[in-house]
Design a binder for this molecule. Structure first.
Ligand SMILES: COc1nc(N)nc2c1ncn2[C@H]1C[C@H](O)[C@@H](COP(=O)(O)OP(=O)(O)OP(=O)(O)O)O1
Length: 178
């Protein structure tokens, strides 16, 4: 089986029939102070929302390398230690392509966060997240991060890209993508 395939985590036929586009989403953690770095997205998809750092995985790179590259491009931080904590699948009404988002935590990095063309970074307490300024799915899976559990979630968003009508979410033992 293709090591990038998510079929072992998501078995429904509707999902299997869809094309996917691969994305990363990276959360730098300050474990000593119980803080996480978010960025206010300044342009493009998710503009004006706070989120982790990430974007499309390029054809010539692994998912993890894509996550490291996006973090540096969008925040200036250089990863020293990165671990995948989640897999999120987003389906948007009337869109035939599913968004497959690989979620990572970075607990060691070099450099200081800087504002870039795409993101304005800001630290938040991990138990005091600004969910009202984030994507609607985030408050559902963030508790898995707090518990140190890996997770797989599916969210079916309306065409408004704001609200979702149904979701699934579960803990998994491992997420072993390249
Ligand atoms: C639908 O719900 C979402 N929730 C969360 N938490 N994050 C999401 C959601 N949908 C998308 N995302 C994340 C996934 C990626 O990290 C970004 C989107 O990536 P983007 O479109 O900015 O990709 P880039 O390659 O950076 O784009 P450019 O072509 O503009 O460079 O949002």
């Amino acid at each position: 089986m293709d090591p990038r395939s998510v079929a072992r985590f998501v078995e429904d036929a509707e999902h299997q029939a869809m094309a996917h586009r691969l994305y990363t989403l990276v959360f730098p953690m300050d474990e000593q102070n119980d803080r996480v770095l978010l960025g206010m997205k300044k342009r493009g998809f998710g503009r004006d929302k706070l989120n982790g750092f990430g974007g499309k995985v390029e054809a010539n790179e692994t998912i993890t390398k894509g996550a490291e590259r996006e973090l540096t491009e969008e925040s200036g931080l250089v990863t020293k230690s990165i671990k995948q904590c989640g897999l999120l699948l987003f389906y948007f009404e009337k869109d035939p392509v599913a968004m497959e988002v690989h979620v990572f935590l970075v607990d060691r990095y070099e450099g200081a966060a800087v504002e870039t063309d795409e993101m304005r970074p800001q630290w938040f307490g991990i138990r005091d997240m600004p969910f009202e300024r984030m994507w609607a799915d985030d408050s559902h899976w963030w508790p898995y991060v707090l518990r140190g559990q890996k997770f797989v979630g599916q969210f079916w968003f309306k065409a408004d890209q704001v609200t979702f009508t149904q979701h699934t979410l579960r803990a998994v033992d491992s997420l072993d993508f390249a």
